[in-house]
Design a protein around this ligand. Structure first.
Ligand code: KIV
Length: 322
């Protein structure tokens, strides 16, 4: 697939909404994932705080720290050119005040290389979003199921299922747009509610478990590739089964090492025949060893073979550059 050069301009997402072109967003947390996403023509990469779960092994998103998220965001942003990179502000880094929110957002841009930041919630978070936008940093909102406040919401549950809750959700999304958000994620929301939000907003909606009428869709990298094992939310579609492939590959490797079928000749380095002969003579009778002509020419230092064996010799690794 041929990809136009240069960063996707942010206003292009608005134009896509107007044209009815779907926006494709996926999470990524490392260099290979970022590269694969860019090469697949993904429009927006979210370095999501789901990293807490899928990369760092926590059971929720709240433990991940700003420094951990910055590390991951930097890794992704240095890798990609075209996709817009969204840094996800982690729990506790923006809720406390507008000043804290701006300070954290600035770090994501300056240190993480993020193009924009995302925060969860409405209510008081509308003011945080406005403050960040006023500081010159684009913001993506996130309403519906907001995992950072899952405990308050009674768990990882669909939101906006009553008429009243649905109405509140629409109002929250509108408030985020009015605060200057350039897009809003709708997570685990009934499809008709997401469709109404999408109709009401000028800026794009990005759905995850919010039905087909959103302006774009996002999925978690590990979920869609089948790297996540165990229970998956209903809204996930798996496009691969990489955990099976990785397990099979690792089991085959372990079997090959134990049975001696790996490494084979093609994975092994050779040395010139004459050097090998010299080497074999040296190890047979070290006292009568003669340094090779090359060693005598290039250095007066003893060769490795003449030195006492180190306590633990690092193994010679085959790398991409031999
Ligand atoms: O952190 C994340 O991955 C997210 C997506 C689920 C939208 O917020």
């Amino acid at each position: 697939m041929s990809i136009p050069a240069g960063k996707l301009p942010l206003p292009e997402l608005l134009a896509m909404k107007r044209r009815g072109d779907k926006i494709v967003m996926v999470t990524a947390y490392d260099a290979p994932g970022a590269r694969f996403a860019e090469d697949a023509g993904i429009d927006v990469i979210l370095v999501g705080d789901t990293a807490a779960m899928v990369v760092l092994g926590h059971s929720g998103t709240t433990p991940v720290t700003v420094d951990e998220m910055l590390f991951l965001t930097r890794t992704v942003s240095r890798q990609v050119h075209r996709p817009i990179v969204v840094g996800d502000l982690p729990f506790g880094s923006y809720e406390t005040s507008d000043e804290d929110a701006v300070r954290t957002a600035v770090r994501f841009v300056k240190e993480g290389g993020a193009d924009i930041v995302k925060l969860e919630g409405a209510g008081p978070m509308v003011s945080r979003a406005r403050a960040i936008v006023e500081a010159g940093i684009p913001v993506m909102g996130h309403v519906g199921l907001t995992p950072q406040s899952a405990t308050m919401l009674g768990g990882f549950k669909t939101q906006g299922k009553t008429a009243e809750a649905a109405q509140r959700l629409v109002e929250d999304a509108v408030a985020l747009e009015e605060a200057g958000c350039f897009a809003v994620v709708l997570e685990a929301v009934p499809a008709p509610v997401a469709a109404e939000v999408t109709r009401r907003l000028t800026v794009p909606t990005i759905g995850i478990g919010a039905g087909p009428d959103c302006d774009g869709q996002v999925l978690v990298y590990h979920d869609l590739l089948g790297l996540t094992e165990g229970h998956l939310p209903r809204f996930v579609k798996r496009y691969g089964n990489l955990s099976r492939e990785i397990r099979d590959a690792l089991e085959s490797y372990a079997e090959d090492v134990r049975s001696g079928t790996f490494p084979e000749e093609q994975h092994t380095y050779e040395m010139p025949f004459e050097e090998l002969e010299d080497f074999e003579r040296m190890i047979e009778s070290p006292s009568s060893s003669k340094p090779s002509a090359q060693a005598t020419k290039s250095s007066s230092r003893p060769t490795n073979a003449q030195l006492p064996a180190p306590r633990s010799e690092p193994p010679l690794r085959k790398t991409s550059s031999p």
